[in-house]
Design a protein around this ligand. Structure first.
Ligand SMILES: N[C@@H](CCSC[C@H]1O[C@@H](n2cnc3c(=O)[nH]cnc32)[C@H](O)[C@@H]1O)C(=O)O
Ligand SMILES: [Zn+2]
Length: 429
């Protein structure tokens, strides 16, 4: 048996208290063996002057979109997707997606993220990158039917079912999957009526974009006479193990539906601000009992994958949306980015506790911007940055030690990514 002792630091416990403790990791089982003063350990990680926190969970992203970072900014969702993003994505090769995913995963590991929920295509490439990265992921193939003929539309949805079935449990169980209709407006009703019941019968979890912009809500209300999530429920989309990305424009009846159907929300504050999509009623959803996690969305609408940024954005935007400075407080955003995200993704992670998955990060506290340390939970939400992470561990394995990523050759991935991004833009323009 091999053990890893994370030693000399303080630990953030599930009840949001901080105590001085070491964490002993069972590397074979990939779980936390002891918290306190267990001693031992075949290997050690120095957490002196640091804080051990659960690895952050990015509940909604498109990890390979790192190659499109900074390519098209300052536009609303529809124009951004149709005029800029989709034409370039049409030129993406499997190799592009592989290196884009590797780059994104390196960025995540370097900012303390140990699990992600991803929506994209060429998912086999993303799965291989995730396997190498050592993190956990919910992956899937995203189906779009608008602009496709019947054959193309069906093939896309079949692919989404097939990928969800085939990749589930890959990478020793670190990879789980979801069925992924892109959204309620980009997949036609006839297709949703046919394929959603099939996904439910196969016991697949479902992840889709919903209620992101007013422009997406209006046509659904016009055509079906009901709010988008009522339409989704009618389609059977909320019957299974489902979570929706965004959930910005949800009314009280839809919040009730989310609670009744136990449907979670991946809140993406930076993307919602950047595309001017709107302000999600996060405090209302949390008070009603909805499980709300936090996601960065893709790097082209953020423009980074740093979950510390995202926690701060979630707190700030949540207060503004509620016109209440006490809304979406520091402890709440930390819980959203850890335990809630893990619950959405279905991983036994997101907390430093004996028996839980050994997914954790060690944060360096000895920096001017984290001094003094009146309240470390406040620092996590409002002052810390991804670059403060010293070590990252997932499934008991060290993915970054003293800021050195151990699972990829960072420089080589960065160089390859630049070449692929340049060639991609040349092809697309
Ligand atoms: N199979 C599809 C690919 C869809 S992947 C998932 C898509 O979601 C897009 N995307 C990224 N961010 C957002 C968002 O905030 N809302 C909706 N779509 C987004 C992303 O660019 C990508 O095209 C096809 O053939 O077009
Ligand atoms: Zn998205």
């Amino acid at each position: 048996m091999s053990d890893l002792l994370v030693t000399g630091g303080r630990v953030l416990r599930p009840d949001m208290t901080v105590e001085r403790a070491d964490v002993l990791v069972d590397q074979d089982a990939g779980t936390i063996e002891a918290v306190g003063d267990p001693g031992g350990g075949d290997d050690e990680l120095d957490a002196e002057g640091g804080l051990i926190i659960p690895g952050l969970v990015n509940a909604h992203t498109h990890v390979a979109m790192t190659l499109l970072r900074g390519l098209a900014d300052d536009k609303p969702l529809d124009a951004w997707l149709q005029e800029d993003i989709w034409p370039v994505e049409a030129e993406l090769t499997p190799e592009d997606i592989r290196v884009g995913a590797e780059l994104g995963l390196i960025e995540m590991i370097k900012s303390g993220t140990t699990a992600l929920s991803d929506m994209y295509f060429e998912v086999e490439e993303i799965a291989e990158a995730v396997e190498q990265a050592g993190v956990r992921a919910r992956l899937g193939y995203t189906a779009v039917t608008v602009g496709k003929d019947d054959e193309g539309a069906r093939a896309d949805l079949e692919r989404s079912l097939e990928v969800a079935r085939e990749l589930d449990g890959a990478a020793d169980g670190r990879i789980r999957t979801t069925f992924q209709p892109h959204s309620l407006t980009t997949v036609g009703e006839e297709y949703l009526r046919e394929f959603v019941p099939r996904a439910n019968e196969a016991g697949l979890a479902t992840h889709l974009h919903a209620n992101e912009t007013p422009e997406e809500v209006a046509p659904i209300v016009e055509e079906h006479g009901v709010r988008p999530l009522a339409y989704a429920e009618d389609l059977g989309l909320l019957a299974g193990d489902t979570y929706v990305a965004h959930g910005v424009h949800v009314d009280d009846s839809e919040i009730d539906l989310l609670v009744e159907t136990d449907t979670g929300v991946a809140h993406c504050p930076a993307s919602n601000m950047k595309l001017a999509s709107g302000m999600a009623p996060v405090q209302d959803m949390l008070e009603a009992g909805v499980t709300v996690g936090i996601g960065t969305d893709g790097a082209a609408s953020n423009n980074d994958l740093d979950m510390f940024d995202e926690m701060r954005d979630a707190a700030m935007l949540g207060k503004l949306a509620a016109s209440d400075a006490s809304a979406v407080d520091a402890a709440t955003v930390v819980e959203m980015a850890t335990a809630n995200g893990a619950e959405l993704l279905g991983f036994d992670s997101g907390r430093i506790e004996v028996g839980a998955n050994a997914d954790l990060a060690v944060l360096d506290l000895e920096s001017p911007h984290l001094t003094p340390a009146h309240d470390l939970v406040s620092h996590l939400a409002y002052a810390a940055r991804g670059s403060d992470v010293r070590h990252t561990v997932a499934d008991g394995q060290v993915l970054m030690r003293d800021r050195e990523v151990t699972v990829f050759d960072e420089d080589s991935v960065r160089e390859t990514a630049v070449d692929h991004a340049d060639a991609l833009v040349d092809r697309a323009t």
